[in-house]
Design a protein around this ligand. Structure first.
Ligand code: BG6
Length: 299
């Protein structure tokens, strides 16, 4: 399979299809600047994004599963068509489905791969709609741009949520801050989904956080002071932002997450969350994008 993918879509040294953990098929992107990215076809799951200097920007748990039917813990899970708990498996089925390669290559815009997922007998049994979901992963020197597109191929309208559940690696959660959410409304799932207004210009972390911010401005910042680095998140068509860190107790309850790993990560998730699901008429399409950019790398 990997040889066939390499033959059809590979570009030696630039786009390579290689076995990942437990032999699962992955695609590795290498930008001429030295920046790199890796995604599993399982879930279209980005598991690594490195700067030209070789620094890893994403967190992946050392206890993650890498197995069919199980989500990978860390990186960038693609959430679709349900966010959180509900009638479908938690966070939907896209993150536990096998995706197909549609396009790959190198242009002036960067090095990219596009992965796709359409209905299968398994997805139809869970969610009875014909759909197409596509994710383009585009790597530049100091940026990773993810574009998601959903098309309704069903004769009936459907509602969906689509979220990029990004786990950023930070040196120390207590020396990290998220900027750009001041004045927005959030739903606090740790307080019975209470709706509150964010008053802080800089959000810092000293305990469990699990919130969906609604209709957030399109530019956010994540300051990782321990690494002397700031990332910007520039988004389009993705109004909602979830902030999540499990902290001590929830980390201990999660089998696929190390007890102390909460210190090394923060999820800043962009998309259309279940709080405001989108409805798509037959034949209609939706597109959303988030660009992660390194503002300043450590000296
Ligand atoms: C977040 C949710 O998006 O994902 C949290 O807001 C949840 O409530 C977290 O714990 C992780 O979910 P999962 O299914 O990957 O363990």
């Amino acid at each position: 399979m990997l040889d066939a993918l390499q033959g059809e879509f590979g570009v030696p040294g630039v786009v390579e299809f290689v076995p990942g953990r437990n032999g699962m098929p992955t695609v590795r992107l290498r930008h001429p600047s030295g920046a790199g990215a890796e995604a599993y076809l399982h879930g279209a799951h980005v598991t690594s994004w490195t700067t030209p200097a070789g620094e890893e920007l994403l967190f992946v748990s050392r206890q993650s599963h890498f197995a069919a039917g199980r989500p990978i813990r860390g990186g960038i899970p693609v959430i679709f068509p349900q966010f959180g708990p509900g009638a479908l498996p938690q966070h939907g089925f896209a993150r536990i489905s096998e995706w197909h390669v549609r396009r790959a290559g190198q242009t002036d815009a960067g090095v990219s791969v596009t992965l796709g997922l359409a209905q299968t007998p398994e997805t139809l049994a869970l969610w009875p709609y014909h759909f197409d979901l596509e994710l383009q992963i585009l790597l530049r020197e100091n940026a990773l741009a993810l574009t998601a597109r959903v098309v309704n191929h069903d004769p009936r309208p459907f509602d969906f949520a689509q979220v990029l559940h990004t786990y950023f690696r930070v040196a120390d959660i207590e020396q990290a801050a998220v900027l750009g959410l001041q004045g927005t409304t959030y739903i606090d799932s740790l307080r019975d989904d209470a709706r509150e207004t964010e008053t802080r210009a800089e959000i810092r972390f000293a305990g469990e956080v699990d919130r969906i911010y609604l209709n957030v401005p399109d530019c956010l910042r994540l300051r990782d002071e321990g690494n002397g680095r700031t990332l910007t998140l520039q988004k389009q068509g993705m109004p909602d932002v979830t902030l999540w860190n499990p902290w001590v107790d929830k980390a201990q309850r999660m089998a696929d997450f190390g007890d102390d790993e909460y210190r090394e990560m923060i999820c800043v998730e962009t998309g259309v969350a279940m709080a405001t699901p989108l409805s798509l008429a037959p034949g209609q399409q939706w597109q959303g994008e988030t660009i992660f950019q390194v503002e300043n790398a450590p000296a």
